[in-house]
Write a protein that binds this ligand. Structure first.
Ligand SMILES: Nc1ncnc2c1ncn2[C@@H]1O[C@H](COP(=O)(O)OP(=O)(O)OP(=O)(O)O)[C@@H](O)[C@H]1O
Length: 244
């Protein structure tokens, strides 16, 4: 394979395959036999009411919650038991829901933590400034002094620093005003168009999910209750699941 071909193959999205995934905490299983495929370059929204196991499923893919049964593969390679460094090497990125920023560090230092060497920093910063230009003007500002919406954009920017081939995003739109949700939706669509990244996005905001995703799945009590394409009839069908 030529260098150019390899570079283009490397920049394509990774395929995520979940096969009968079961996981949980202590004596309790939370995720119960979930099977789901996300094709290279596809964006799938994982929906569901509070406490149904969406975050637990993402954390299981990342190895932060132990796999109790089933299999998880990225591009056919099992990720069970892989270290965070190996996951990063496979191109897996993560934008977590809970307190993921170092509040006392500057924007620059929060972003710098995403790269293994300062040599990679300028190009990675340029990439994310393309999505969120305000970050370029505020590099010295402490992350903790950013607004809620700006912090969410910084979280996503940090996950995008390494040009992930598979991006897992946990409720990025939570608590945000519509204009910020629009900016984040635009950034995800632009990233996918530019790099072909695959994305699994956990969401409560149905409008955002349907705008960004190609397909959706509803998780109910740890199982996939329904799934489909983001076709015009999807909204009503999903709302029926979320209201009962
Ligand atoms: N570390 C933990 N120890 C024990 N139980 C946990 C732990 N983390 C989550 N749980 C429980 O697992 C269940 C599923 O939680 P999870 O965060 O995966 O749901 P979710 O669908 O992402 O919900 P939300 O939309 O509210 O974020 C909940 O009952 C939660 O209390």
């Amino acid at each position: 394979m030529s260098d150019a071909a390899r570079q283009s193959a490397d920049s394509r999205g990774g395929a995520l395959t979940l096969d009968g995934v079961t996981s949980g905490y202590g004596a309790v299983s939370i995720v119960k036999g979930v099977s789901l495929k996300v094709a290279p370059g596809e964006i799938v929204a994982l929906l569901g009411k509070n406490g149904m196991g969406k975050t637990t499923l993402l954390k299981t893919i990342l190895g932060m919650v132990g796999l109790r049964g089933g299999a998880i593969a990225v591009d056919g390679v099992s990720v069970a038991g892989l270290s965070p460094a190996k996951l990063v090497a496979l191109g897996v990125g993560y934008a977590p829901q809970e307190q993921p920023l170092f509040q006392d560090l500057s924007i620059r230092d929060n972003l710098r933590l995403a790269v293994s060497s300062d040599r990679l920093l300028p190009a990675a910063l340029e990439r994310v400034f393309g999505h969120f230009p305000f970050l370029a003007d505020r590099l010295a500002q402490r992350a903790g002094t950013l607004s809620g919406g700006e912090q969410k954009m910084l979280i996503l920017a940090r996950a995008l620093m390494l040009k992930p081939r598979l991006l897992l995003i946990d409720e990025i739109s939570e608590g945000l005003q519509p204009s910020v949700v629009d900016r984040i939706a635009a950034a995800l669509s632009a990233e996918r168009a530019a790099s072909g990244a695959t994305m699994l996005i956990v969401e409560q905001n149905l409008d955002f999910a349907l705008r960004v995703a190609d397909r959706w799945a509803v998780l109910k009590l740890g199982e996939i209750d329904d799934e489909g394409a983001t076709s015009p009839d999807a909204r009503e069908r999903i709302l029926r699941h979320l209201s009962v």
